[in-house]
Design a protein around this ligand. Structure first.
Ligand code: PFF
Length: 450
């Protein structure tokens, strides 16, 4: 049974911010964002991305928090309780669980890679390799079966153990310890990168917008990336919202989390692009940017092995705090709705995710030729979740809270029962009802039309 919020929720506002920022900050910031920016022309992409985070990302995060905290429940229970049990809305919660499951299945593949790269960097196996050998190392590893599956499972088990420890002793504690470490390591990496000679070209690429490079498709990618990065649209923030204390300010909390997320993405760019340009590598190399291009960069810089270890460690930390939030969506549902024990829910979900996620891992090797619409299983999972399920989930959520739920109750939750002024409430409500749904319809349709 779900217990009351005093025993099940976060103990402080800082704890809530760090735990939720941990859920948001992840591979999306340090692996996905830089390669998308690299492929979409640099500075202009960054600018559009920042706009989307501020204008749509923050209000949608607030929306998820309102739904979670108002209902005090997991994503399925939240829609059930706030809609008065209407089946259609309960299904939206189930849809969130499904999306979390699919994201977790492919996300854990890349999370597992980080473990392998921490080990390789630590043991010096990447040091001194020629560029061709670095690329070879990556493809040999990812195209294999045993090791990528092993590291994926290891990552899943690690996440499962944290979740088993509970919201306060697991999620909140890990966020409080790991997030400051992540920032520290990231700043260290920035200093290293910026002190390389020839780094300024990378900074220009990142910060100097060239709008001629911006296409309709890259604007949409920026919007999709902002959803993925802020973990919006499938119930992660609904679940965490249900753990936020009634006296905390949802407005302020959302802004802090979104700014942390944005800062980490920008700092990751500051780590990666100056170094990539300083050593004449290709910024538009795609998903391999971090695993193939960066090891070459490390090999060329003084104390490269040390910085390689630091970088992959930081990637692993970012991934872990996000996988924790993904698993918690599923486990909170199993505990509160199905009345399972937390440890059982965590173990069963971990095994199920591995059973499906293994196909994503193997789609780089033995199952490489199993494709649909020219995409491998891994790519399909990524596409379906980031381009369809998350935006569709977010759209339905805005319709629910903006059109099917009383405005006074929304205001009541956001203003902590009327005790806060909430000057920006009307603006928020306009974004919730009109602007966010319109933007979402545009991305969903353009995703379908191609
Ligand atoms: N926001 C995470 C990242 O940027 O890596 C990915 C993610 C985590 C998406 C949790 C969705 C989610 F529920």
């Amino acid at each position: 049974m779900a217990s009351d919020n005093t025993s099940r929720g976060f103990t402080s506002n800082v704890g809530a911010i760090l735990a939720a920022a941990g859920g948001a900050v992840g591979l999306g910031n340090i692996w996905r964002f830089p390669y998308m920016l690299g492929q979409n022309g640099g500075g202009a992409f960054l600018l559009v991305y920042i706009l989307f985070v501020l204008l749509i990302g923050i209000p949608l995060m607030m929306t998820e928090f309102i739904i979670g905290r108002r209902s005090q429940r997991n994503v399925v229970g939240a829609y059930r309780s706030l809609s008065g049990g209407r089946k259609g809305w309960v299904l939206l919660g189930v849809f969130g669980i499904l999306a979390a499951f699919l994201i977790y299945a492919f996300y854990s593949v890349v999370a597992g890679w980080t473990l392998n790269y921490i080990v390789m960097a630590f043991s010096g196996k990447l040091a001194g390799l020629e560029p061709a050998a670095v690329a070879d190392t990556f493809s040999t590893f990812t195209q294999g079966s045993f090791w990528p599956l092993f590291y994926q499972l290891l990552f899943l088990v690690l996440t499962g153990l944290v979740i088993t420890m509970g919201v306060q002793k697991g999620i909140e504690k890990v966020g409080k310890i790991l997030m400051p470490i992540l920032f520290l390591l990231l700043i260290l990496m920035c200093v290293r990168s910026l002190t390389l000679s020839g780094s300024s070209e990378g900074m220009r690429f990142l910060f100097k917008p060239d709008f001629s490079k911006l296409t309709g498709q890259s604007v949409l990618s920026a919007l999709g990336q902002s959803f993925f990065s802020l973990s919006i649209g499938m119930g992660a923030m609904v679940t965490y919202g249900s753990y936020i204390r009634k006296e905390d300010r949802l407005f302020k909390t959302s802004i802090w989390i979104a700014l942390c997320d944005l800062l980490v993405a920008i700092l990751a760019g500051v780590v990666i692009f100056p170094a990539v340009f300083a050593f004449g590598m290709n910024p538009a190399s795609g998903p391999e940017l971090v695993y193939v291009v960066l090891p070459n960069v490390f090999n060329n810089m003084p104390a490269g092995t040390l910085f390689a270890v630091i970088f992959f460690l930081l990637l692993g930390i970012a991934a872990l705090t996000s996988t924790i939030s993904l698993l918690e969506i599923i486990v909170a549902f199993a505990v509160e709705e199905l009345h399972w024990k937390r440890s059982t829910a965590s173990a069963v979900s971990t095994l199920l995710v591995f059973a499906v996620g293994a196909f994503c891992t193997l789609s780089f090797g033995p199952l490489k030729n199993v494709t649909l619409l020219n995409r491998t299983i891994f790519d399909l999972f990524d596409l379906i979740t980031a381009s369809y399920l998350m935006p569709i989930g977010a759209l339905l959520m805005t319709i629910f809270l903006g059109w099917c739920f009383p405005k006074v109750e929304v205001k009541d939750e956001l203003s902590n029962g009327g005790t806060l002024k909430c000057k920006a409430f009307e603006l928020y409500y306009i974004i919730l009802r009109y602007i966010a749904p319109a933007a979402l319809v545009v991305i969903i349709i353009s995703g379908i039309v191609g």
